[in-house]
Design a protein around this ligand. Structure first.
Ligand code: HEC
Ligand code: CU
Length: 485
């Protein structure tokens, strides 16, 4: 674009020179083309700028220009030892020496020239996959950079929204787990409504060899990462990064916008601010406020959300992942301190604290009765069940009417062997049967395999057989079957 402008400028300039030659006007001849070209060149130059990167919780300033530009981003990957929690250190792999990495802000339609510099002290190659990129790997392959080198690639920020970027060098999970992620905001052409305060927050997890709180330099634990069982869940790279004197702030009456990302690598965040309601939620980092008055919003791993709210009363609001054990036991807790005049109509604070002495005993409204055991089956139900088992399993050998097959499968109808001993019959069904037996005076020497029947099925099918074909009418219970080894 810029080069075309120069070329056109030059051509127009030449035309003007020709025109002026005809007029033979010396001053015009020299000055007009120079001014014209100067204007075009300077207006072209104004459209190249270097992105101002900020570190969490700071958000880069709003982009106020109303046209597209070429934006140059310079980002460094560097491996640093830092604080994960009090007394706990970790070797972070970072963008810009911080977790999360710096926040980038460009405008929809901008051409972004991305320069990734891998610090010579790095042990690993790194790259960047920006979810804002339309193109293979989000720039990953194009930006793969070994220690001590720089890579450059360019992309057009076609889609406005809030996007995660992360390292995508193999093993990807490990590079992310070690801290390599951040946010890039592609500001829409028509920017979101103005707010008073903007903050940058990224949730993520850390997996350490030692338990939560185990002191010293903690190595990464691959097994815990695969099991998705982190020791730390944090905002902005460490436990307590946004509390007390490091809390983010606002004044009563101000509107606050949080740009929230989730670096993962595994967990989904149930993002909630205790004591506030999100007036607007730009779900999943899109640019449409598609929901209002929301308590808790989901932030997917490798995703984001933008939330807007107005703070009405003073006090400390607590930012949490409402998967609450993460917050109170693993670290995902931040603070937004609001200063200003109280408004007792909106929130009174404690109005009373007095003795409570109810009459009578405590009332129990929980369900107390224990559910009765599943109703015992009626004889009919047992026989029905037994018939089904017989037809599907036994009839193949003992035949539909229990008559058996001469010399091969003994009969179970009117069988003296069956009717003589219930316990023995149960054993046959549990373990199978082989060797010589005599049934109704006929000798059989065959094998009945061990059938994979449940105790209930054995009880039902034997009861069924005993109650058919003039057999003795015994009942076999599940307990009896269970008792036989
Ligand atoms: C694969 C064929 C086969 C199947 C299926 C089979 N049996 Fe048998 N059954 C036999 C054979 C063969 C014997 C005789 C074994 C021997 O000769 O030692 C036998 C013996 C018996 C006996 C003892 C002898 C008698 O006739 O009283 C009973 C009772 C019996 N089976 C019941 C059943 C029941 C009930 C089922 C279904 C749950 C069943 N069997 C499934 C082959 C089978
Ligand atoms: Cu990396």
């Amino acid at each position: 674009m810029f080069y075309y402008l120069i070329i056109y400028g030059y051509q127009i300039g030449k035309m003007v020179i020709k025109m002026n030659r005809k007029k033979n006007n010396n001053i015009f001849r020299s000055i007009v083309p120079i001014i014209l070209m100067g204007l075009i060149v300077s207006c072209g130059e104004a459209k190249i700028e270097e992105a101002k990167l900020t570190f969490a919780p700071e958000v880069p300033p709003e982009i106020t220009r109303s046209s597209e530009a070429k934006v140059i981003v310079n980002m460094e990957t560097v491996e640093v030892v830092g604080r994960l929690a009090d007394g706990v250190e970790y070797t972070f792999w970072t963008f810009g020496g911080s977790v999360p990495g710096p926040m980038v802000r460009v405008r929809e339609g901008d051409e972004v020239e991305f320069n990734l510099h891998n610090h010579p002290s790095s042990k690993m190659p790194h790259n960047i996959d920006l979810h804002a990129v339309t193109g293979p790997g989000g720039g990953a392959a194009a930006s793969l950079t070994v220690p001590g080198r720089s890579s450059k690639f360019s992309f057009k920020a076609l889609n406005p929204g809030l996007y995660i970027y992360h390292c995508a060098t193999s093993p990807v999970g490990m590079h992310i787990a070690n801290g390599m992620y951040g946010l890039i905001y592609v500001q829409p052409k028509n920017n979101l409504p103005k707010v008073d305060k903007e903050y940058y927050i990224v949730q993520s997890e850390f997996y350490t060899k030692g338990k939560h709180g185990a002191s010293g330099l903690q190595p990464f634990d691959m097994e815990k990462a695969v099991a998705e069982n982190p020791d730390y869940v944090v905002f902005n790279g460490s436990v307590g990064s946004m509390v007390e004197d490091r809390a983010i702030t606002a004044k009563v009456g101000e509107t606050v916008r949080l740009f929230v990302g989730n670096g993962g690598p595994n967990l989904i965040s149930s993002f909630h601010v205790i004591g506030e309601i999100f007036d607007k939620v730009y779900t999943e980092g899109g640019i449409k406020a598609n929901q209002e008055n929301v308590q808790t919003t989901l932030v997917p791993a490798g995703g984001s959300v933008i939330v807007d709210f107005k703070v009405d009363v003073p006090g400390t609001l607590i930012l949490v992942d409402h998967s609450i054990f993460r917050t109170f036991n693993k670290g995902s807790l931040g603070m937004l301190k609001v200063e200003g005049e109280p408004n007792e109509k909106i929130y009174s604070g404690k109005q009373e604290d007095i003795v409570y002495l109810p009459e009578g005993p405590a009332i129990q409204r929980m369900v107390t009765e224990v559910k009765p055991a599943a109703k015992a089956k009626s004889k009919e139900e047992i026989l029905e069940h037994g018939e089904r088992v017989y037809n599907s399993t036994c009839s193949a050998c003992h035949m539909k009417e229990g008559q058996g097959v001469a010399g091969v499968f003994p009969p179970v109808a009117k069988s003296d062997y069956l009717n003589a001993d219930k316990i023995r019959a149960i054993k046959v069904l549990k373990h199978g049967l082989s060797g010589k037996i005599t049934v109704n005076g006929v000798t059989y020497n065959n094998v009945m395999p061990e059938l994979e029947l449940s105790n209930e099925e054995i009880a039902s099918v034997l009861t069924y057989v005993y109650n058919k074909w003039d057999n003795k009418g015994f009942t076999v219970t599940e307990d009896e079957v269970r008792a036989i080894k």
